[in-house]
Design a protein around this ligand. Structure first.
Ligand code: MLT
Length: 410
C-alpha cells in the first residue's frame, strides 16, 4: 500500500497565493465587467530591460549554431555569471564571497524551500519570524520538523514576533536556536534591518553554533545607504549564514527564472556526534543530484544586468516600482492607516487593525483591488494587509482612487 507523507496533512489545504488566486478567479468569473487590479502577489509587470533582452537573444542565437551550441551546463551556473555576481554583489561591498561559493538556480523560492533538506529533521530548533514568507514554515512542516498547527501556530517552531512595537524587526530569542530564517528587506512587511541588528543575529548564531538563512531577494530596493544589502557585510557572517538572492524582483525575472544562493566554504554544521561538516559540500551534493542548471540564454540575460547599461536599466526599473510604493504609502497614510515598508522595499505593510481577510474581501468586492491579507503570513500578520508596488503607474493610480472611494464609503 502506497503511503503518504502525513506531514502534508498538517498544512493548510492550499498555498497562500494559490488560495488568493482562487478567490480572485471566482470574483472575476462572477463579475466579468469589473476589471481587477492586482497588487497582491509580488509579480513584476515591467518588461525585461533592453540590455538583458539583447543578451538573452544573443544566447538563443548561440544555441542555434553547432559551434556555440550548449548542452548541459555546470549545475552551479556558468563561470561568467558566478564571477559577475561575486564581483558586483559581493567584492564591491567588501564581502568575502568567491564565485565558487555561488550556486545559480531557477528561483529563490525553490532554494529557500529546498535548503532545509540538508539539515537534521529530528530535534532541530527552528526560529522563524511571524509574519513570514510562507515557504519557510511550510517546507519545514512538510519535512516533519514541526508538530500540528494549534491556534494558527505549529508546535516546535520558535516564532519571532514582528509587531508595531518592535518596528517589525524581531528580537533575538532568549533560548537557543539551530536554524534561523531572516528576510531583509522583509517580505511581507517591507521593514529593513540595520547593521547593528544584523550583527547581533550573527553573534547569536555564532554563540549557538546555529545557521542563519538570510533571504535578501529584495536588496535591490534598498535606498538608505546605511542599510546592509548582504548579511556578509557583517564580519564573520560567512561562518554562520547562507544568503538567497533573486533576479526576479531585481530585474523582472519572475517569468524568466534565475536566482542564486551563496553557501560560504567556511560554513559548518554538525552530525549527531558533534563532528563538523562543510555545508558547501552538502549543498553541492544536493544541487548536483537534483538540479541540472539554468538555461544558457537565461544566464546570459542575467549576466547583462552587471554591465554598466544593465545596472542603469535595472536601477531605473526598481526606482519605478519604488515610486509606485511611495504613492501607495502616502495614499494609505492619508486614509489614516499607519504603514511600514515601501521606502527600501516594494511592499507596503498596512496596519488596518481589522480582520485581514475581511479587509481583503472589501477591497476585492468594492474596489476590485487585490491585496494580500496579513493573516496569510502568520498570526502576527492579522490586522494588516500587504500592498505590492508591482504594477503599471496607471493601474496603481487607478487602484488608489478606487480604494479611497471604497473605504470612505464605509
Ligand atoms: C510574494 O508575493 O510574496 C512573492 O512574489 C512570492 C515569491 O516571490 O515567491
Amino acid at each position: 500500500m502506497i503511503r503518504i507523507n502525513e506531514n502534508y496533512l498538517k498544512l493548510k489545504a492550499s498555498y497562500l497565493f494559490s488560495d488568493i488566486a482562487k478567490r480572485v478567479g471566482a470574483y472575476t468569473a462572477a463579475n466579468p465587467d469589473k476589471p481587477v487590479i492586482r497588487l497582491g502577489i509580488g509579480d513584476v509587470t515591467e518588461p525585461l530591460a533592453p540590455s538583458v533582452l539583447k543578451a538573452f537573444h544573443a544566447g538563443v542565437d548561440e544555441m542555434a549554431v553547432r559551434a556555440t551550441f550548449k548542452g548541459y551546463g555546470p549545475e552551479q551556473g556558468y563561470a561568467f555569471l558566478r564571477e559577475a555576481i561575486a564581483a558586483h554583489d559581493y567584492a564591491a561591498r567588501g564581502c568575502p564571497i568567491a564565485a565558487d561559493e555561488i550556486f545559480v538556480s531557477d528561483g529563490s523560492k525553490c532554494d529557500c524551500g529546498n535548503i532545509q533538506e540538508i539539515f537534521a529533521t529530528e530535534g532541530l530548533k527552528l526560529a522563524i519570524p511571524d509574519p513570514v514568507y510562507p515557504v519557510y514554515v511550510d517546507t519545514n512542516v512538510m519535512a516533519g520538523r514541526t508538530g500540528t498547527n494549534l491556534d494558527g501556530r505549529y508546535q516546535c517552531i520558535t516564532y519571532l514576533d514582528c509587531t508595531p512595537a518592535n518596528g517589525y524587526v524581531p528580537a533575538i530569542p532568549s533560548g537557543a536556536s539551530d536554524l534561523i530564517y531572516l528576510c531583509f528587506p522583509n517580505n511581507p512587511t517591507g521593514a529593513v534591518a540595520t547593521r547593528e541588528q544584523l550583527a547581533a543575529w550573527v553573534a547569536y548564531a555564532k554563540a549557538n553554533k546555529a545557521l542563519i538563512l538570510f533571504d535578501s531577494a529584495y536588496e535591490a530596493y534598498i535606498r538608505d545607504p546605511k542599510i546592509p544589502h548582504s548579511i556578509y557585510e557583517i564580519p564573520g557572517a560567512d561562518e554562520v549564514a547562507i544568503e538567497f538572492r533573486s533576479f526576479s524582483k531585481t530585474a523582472g525575472f519572475t517569468g524568466t527564472r534565475c536566482a542564486y544562493t551563496v553557501v560560504p566554504k567556511k560554513l559548518q554544521a554538525y552530525d549527531a556526534a558533534g563532528n563538523a561538516h562543510g555545508v558547501h559540500a552538502l549543498w553541492n551534493r544536493r544541487h548536483t543530484t537534483k538540479f541540472n542548471g539554468v538555461s544558457y540564454p537565461v544566464q546570459k540575460a542575467a549576466a547583462a544586468i552587471y554591465t554598466p547599461e544593465g545596472q542603469a536599466e535595472v536601477k531605473a526599473m526598481t526606482d519605478f516600482y519604488l515610486a509606485n510604493a511611495a504613492l501607495i504609502r502616502k495614499a494609505m497614510n492619508d486614509l489614516g492607516f499607519s504603514t511600514v515598508g515601501g521606502d527600501n522595499a516594494p511592499y507596503i505593510w498596512v496596519n488596518t487593525g481589522t480582520d485581514s481577510w475581511a479587509f481583503f474581501d472589501k477591497l476585492l468586492n468594492e474596489a476590485q483591488v487585490v491585496c494580500t491579507p496579513g493573516a496569510g503570513f502568520g498570526k502576527c500578520g492579522e490586522g494588516h494587509v500587504r500592498i505590492s508596488a508591482f504594477n503599471s503607474r496607471e493601474n496603481v493610480e487607478k487602484a488608489l482612487v478606487r480604494i479611497a472611494a471604497a473605504l470612505k464609503k464605509a
